[in-house]
Ligand binder design. Structure first.
Ligand SMILES: [Zn+2]
Length: 267
């Protein structure tokens, strides 16, 4: 894709703190910056990765930020629903959102009742601290919205990351005022077909772009990378695909989604 280096681009991505990046973190960051990525948000997904993400973000001040939360897969590890360690992390200047949190009834790695209690605990904390939330929902749309809705007027902003739901679900989310995060899932003509159809329905001011790295390597990269590991430097590729689907100028889309991310995270 053509270079978009230099301009302010949307550019948040996650999990640079994952073990997959232990050996070459600085290279990954350099490649991202070369590709035009101007800001990253590293996702904390449990009680171990959240402090790691905050620590890593502190090494790239003004460029990297992080979130603090417990993914529904790991809800079973939460013993104290006041979330003391997440609460402490949220005080750090580089920690800009509560999450990842939400519901995943696709894998059911944690009992649903525990997922729901831990999700609600995150929302309680976000409302108390007046921080935005970074949300995950898979195969749990109705319960997810039922739990989330009463909190939305007490929380400054909410993004449903890696959206892969239906058109109907998208409409409900948009009506509730959620931001929508789109990943390289959209680059998959087969698996991402339904998503490709509805991406144009997201209003300009609610769209965010993400890689979900190290997961969800875009399937249509040419040449095919040797590693299956996704990286933030592929974000422009995802932006390009989304721009085509929305019949928008890619630079305009990048400027808009960057703006959305900055407003959302306050960075
Ligand atoms: Zn997720």
């Amino acid at each position: 894709m053509s270079s978009i280096g230099g301009n302010t681009s949307d550019r948040y991505w996650r999990q640079l703190n994952q073990q997959q990046f232990d050996k070459d973190r600085d290279d990954v960051v350099a490649r991202a910056q070369e590709a035009g990525v101007t800001t990253m948000v590293l996702t904390g997904t449990d009680l171990e990765s959240s402090p790691e993400a905050a620590e890593l973000a502190a090494r790239y001040p003004g460029f990297a930020y992080s979130t603090a939360g417990v993914h529904p897969h790991d809800a079973k590890t939460v013993e104290d629903l006041t979330l003391p360690s997440i609460r402490a992390l949220a005080q750090l200047p580089q920690v800009v959102a509560i999450g990842e949190c939400g519901l995943d009834f696709n894998r059911d790695f944690s009992p649903r009742s525990q997922q729901e209690a831990v999700f609600e605990a995150h929302l309680t904390l976000a409302a108390e601290l007046n921080m935005p939330v970074f949300l995950h929902c898979r195969d749990a749309h109705e319960r997810f919205m039922a739990i989330l809705s009463p909190w939305l007027d007490k929380i400054p902003a909410a993004v449903l990351h890696c959206f892969t739901g239906t058109e109907e679900e998208l409409k409900v989310c948009l009506d509730a005022g959620l931001y929508i995060g789109i990943t390289g899932w959209v680059c998959d003509e087969r698996r991402g077909e339904a998503l490709r159809d509805i991406v144009p329905l997201i209003p300009d001011d609610k769209l965010m772009i993400e890689t979900d790295a190290p997961y969800l390597l875009p399937r249509d990269l040419k040449p095919k990378p040797k590693s299956r590991r996704n990286e933030p430097c592929y974000l422009p590729h995802i932006a390009n695909e989304i721009a085509q689907l929305r019949e928008q100028d890619v630079e305009q889309l990048i400027a808009q989604s960057t703006d959305n991310s900055r407003r959302f995270f306050g960075v």
